[in-house]
Design a protein around this ligand. Structure first.
Ligand SMILES: N[C@@H](CC=O)C(=O)O
Length: 318
């Protein structure tokens, strides 16, 4: 990092944060999607003031089939009655696949028809290209919509994830339809660099932290699009209100949410989705903590630890 780069100078107190929450797709004992619980969680999230994001990693976008994706979009539109939401656009493929703009454009069109803003979920075909080709790919997608979010995902969560070089990121900032980007490298430095670049080149562009291991990146100018917030949109909404008000209670609430994030996203991090299900069951919000077939699980011994964190968080927002 260059010597002129001082994160402490980037802190932006009392800022109104934009929070987007990647909704967990819940499952029943029989292994089917629990549509009732999903509907309730989308609504609960929107009612706290966070924008729901469906069909993301937390929604098992790379594991669910087309009818399920479509039904999630339909349900989200119905339950939100015109309130804004985001949804992942993804073209399922294999290592070595060629870039497939047509399938992305089709998915983006579907999302927009349902009233959502597309989030470009990475794929082998997208990230397997050169930096210049990746920029061209986003430009192609921009021609198909008014607004979209880009998304850089850590390979720790999905093997086709990629963190772009800064030149590529700067090129994304030049695409008018790309109004923001979720950054999930799970590292602070590249996100600080992106914030710096954003401030220089395009201040209205939103850098959404996807760093569940450093949720205080919002203090430095990031907004957020997190999976962790699906565990407790109410906790996050309160934390954000404390930040806006300059209320010292922000810090302890953030500390406990971070403890939850560190625990849930520990190695193997893709199992965080089962941690989310265990936590939502403890909260009484879903009846079953089954996760999507094919997704890794956590041991039952995690449950008492999650319960202790939940009790602390509940006390902090009481
Ligand atoms: N939970 C996120 C992934 C991590 O950043 C998502 O669903 O996209």
């Amino acid at each position: 990092m260059s010597p002129d780069f001082r994160p402490s100078e980037m802190i932006r107190p009392q800022r109104k944060l934009t929070g987007i929450s990647a909704i967990l797709l819940p499952f029943t004992e029989a292994g089917d999607v629990d549509w009732t619980a999903l509907q309730a969680h989308i609504l609960r999230t929107a009612e706290t003031g966070l924008m729901p994001a469906v069909n993301m990693d937390t929604g098992f976008l790379n594991l669910i089939d087309e009818p399920t994706k479509l039904r999630v979009l339909e349900m989200t539109r119905e339950v939100l009655h015109g309130a804004p939401f985001c949804a992942g656009a993804y073209s399922a493929d294999e290592p070595g696949a060629a870039w497939c703009a047509d399938e992305y454009l089709r998915q983006m069109e579907l999302i927009q028809q349902h009233g959502g803003m597309p989030v470009i979920f990475q794929s082998y075909g997208l990230t397997g290209q050169s930096s210049a080709e990746i920029v061209t790919a986003y430009e192609q997608l921009a021609a198909g919509c008014d607004r979209f979010l880009a998304f850089e995902l850590t390979e720790d969560l999905l093997p086709f994830g990629k963190t772009y070089d800064l030149e590529t990121y700067a090129a994304l900032l030049k695409i008018p339809q790309c109004v923001g980007a979720k950054h999930s490298s799970f590292r602070r430095e590249p996100e600080w660099q992106r914030l710096k670049l954003r401030d220089e080149l395009r201040p209205d562009f939103k850098v959404y932290t996807g760093n569940d291991l450093a949720i205080d990146m919002v203090m430095y100018g990031s907004d957020y699009l997190l999976g962790l917030s699906t565990f407790g949109p109410d906790y996050f909404a309160r934390r954000d209100a404390y930040w806006l008000a300059g209320d010292a209670r922000f810090y302890e609430l953030n500390d406990w949410l971070q403890y939850l994030g560190m625990f849930a996203f520990r190695d193997p991090s893709p199992a965080y989705k089962h941690s989310a299900a265990q936590f939502l069951k403890l909260r009484g919000w879903i009846p079953c903590d089954n996760t999507c077939p094919g997704s890794p699980t956590r041991p039952d011994s995690d449950v008492p630890i999650l319960a202790e964190i939940m009790r602390k968080l509940d006390a902090l927002i009481a």
